[in-house]
Design a protein around this ligand. Structure first.
Ligand code: SAM
Length: 238
């Protein structure tokens, strides 16, 4: 049997895990052993008598910086060299669904959660950390970013989602946002479900959904729409 996908998290707040990943889809999958989670305390790698993990920034300025030696020791102690090493960082490359798919298809990930003003640059270089951002805003720590990344990966693991195809048509597949969804009641506060969805004509339903997905993507995410047009052009040119 192959080992389950695993997330090893280095954090100053291991008690934040599994947190929301302990319930619903991810929680059930965790309990069934479809994936594994280990949250390790960075402070356990501190060596001085105060167990300090941070210090003032070289060159001055506000706040504190996570020390390179302590974080490097924590990474080495985790001893998970087969896993991609991801540092949660607002400066990182924005996380995308395609990177999530790649990570979910691998053995797992080592996720490092920054705090304070961030981490000493030298550990990023020395341990070849891939900086990953979950968006253009600043969180107070990397834990919520790590939870988001793990959640996005875990739901793609075999056996986690109810139907294999429920991942195939959602937002960002083919660089499109998802079409609008409806369910009962047939009329809600005077708003009916679009008639075509009740027609039973699968081809027409599929065409309507595709048109809606395209309309939403064009209106809301011109960047994604441009990417889609590029992808299409490359397929027809190639
Ligand atoms: N001084 C840093 C800056 O301006 O880029 C912000 C540090 S932030 C207060 C502390 C930690 O939260 C970061 O080291 C990182 O681990 C995490 N973090 C904050 N925003 C994030 C984001 N958008 N994506 C991923 N991690 C984030």
């Amino acid at each position: 049997m192959t080992a389950p996908w695993r997330a090893t998290v280095l954090t100053l707040f291991p008690e934040m895990f599994p947190g929301p990943l302990g319930v619903s889809l991810a929680g059930k999958a965790l309990a069934c052993g479809l994936w594994a989670l280990e949250a390790r305390d960075i402070r356990a790698s501190a060596t001085d008598k105060h167990r300090s993990v941070d210090d003032t920034p070289a060159g001055g300025g506000p706040g504190m910086v996570l020390r390179a030696d302590v974080l490097a020791a924590a990474i080495d102690a985790a001893d998970d060299s087969s896993l991609p090493r991801l540092l949660m960082s607002p400066r990182g490359r924005p996380l995308t669904q395609s990177r999530v798919r790649e990570l979910a298809g691998g053995p797992g990930a080592l996720l490092i959660c920054g705090r304070f003003e961030g981490v000493d640059q030298r550990v990023i270089e020395a341990r070849q950390l891939e900086e990953v951002s979950i968006g253009d805003y600043v969180l107070s720590g990397g834990e919520i970013a790590a939870l988001a990344l793990i959640d996005a990966c875990v739901r793609l693991l075999p056996g986690v989602m109810g139907k294999a195809e429920s991942g195939a048509e959602e937002s960002f597949s083919e660089s499109l946002l998802e079409y609008p969804q409806y369910t009962r009641p047939q009329t809600f506060e005077g708003r009916p479900i679009p008639e075509i969805l009740l027609s039973g004509d699968h081809a027409k339903v599929a065409a309507w959904r595709r048109a809606e997905a395209e309309r939403l993507t064009r209106d809301r995410r011109p960047d994604l729409w441009a990417k889609r047009l590029d992808q299409r052009k490359n397929t027809t040119d190639g």
